[in-house]
Ligand binder design. Sequence first.
Ligand code: TRP
Length: 366
Amino acid sequence: MAANKKIILTGDRPTGRLHVGHYVGSLRRRVELQNSGNYDEIYIMIADAQALTDNARNPEKVRENIIEVALDYLSVGLDPEKSTLFIQSQVPELTELSFYYMNLVTVPRLQRNPTVKAELQMRDFSSGGGIPVGFFTYPISQAADITAFQATVVPVGEDQEPMLEQCREIVRSFNGTYGETLVEPQIMLPDNAACLRLPGIDGRAKMSKSLDNCIYLAEKPEDIKKKIMSMFTDPGHLRVEDPGKTEGNPVFIYLEAFSRPEYFAEFCPDYQNLDEMKAHYERGGLGDVKVKKFLNACLQAELEPIRKRREEFQKDIGYVYEVLHKGSIVAEKKAAETLSMVKRAMRIDYFNDEELIRAQSEKYSQ
Ligand code: TRP
């Protein structure tokens, strides 16, 4: 087993461009972890095979979004020199691991997975005659993704908690059955409640492409502004002088996630920090337009360097695919090491098992 190495694995399904919910929920953290120098290995995966579990009839969508997600990764500052960026389907060992892990998980256990349950409510598989087996079992394949890289830490959003729990159960079950082989990973969640689950601009619980309530990382400056100025706020705050609610108010939740003290000094010097601004809103006398303008300034400041970097990478798409290709080769090597440990532990490494050949020979020589 990889003794005490600190290894990160995480990833995203390529079903659309990444948005600011992904950014505060996970991408920003990944870049910090990458640059902290505290990790021995970092793997960032574009989960195309997982995306295909509910897009089997629409592979073009997945195929096209691989480059979008890769561009988003590079533009937020993930650095191929420090982090291995790769494509899930190019590492066939992951599929093989999944197949063996499937024997350690029961159907009722999968049916209890709250994330899968919620996703099933949002999707309609009835036209295809029911839930695809691949979709139903994707938590198992996710355990393969994590364990293949011997990840110790998995930085993800809160919605991935059940996946991590499932993974840890598989690790314990595997190690209990076949001997200590796999590493049990820890989840790493965002430390700020606003970042844990950034609501949509419409105030709904989650930013999601299908709800059309996202601000994308690559969004144009004028569209960012339009979206923010149209944002849902406290519906009881009708006149400027009315007291307003900041709790549960998406504009203030976004400010929790994006504002920094230096942005107050630069864009809204009436307040030193968010607490002062909130207090004014709550006692009345602070209008939504002013708050939204400040939020717009913060977001523009955060997103501009990202958009600029993206524009640079967009000029050399060949380079981006090369990064993914090289990363996939590195990733496959690591996954192959784990797979061979797994097969040894399960004793299905027949051709490397001299003891097996000896024992069988002996049996037949009597
Ligand atoms: N389920 C994740 C998502 O939808 C993507 C993913 C696949 C993942 N495998 C993973 C995340 C392993 C963390 C670890 O975004």
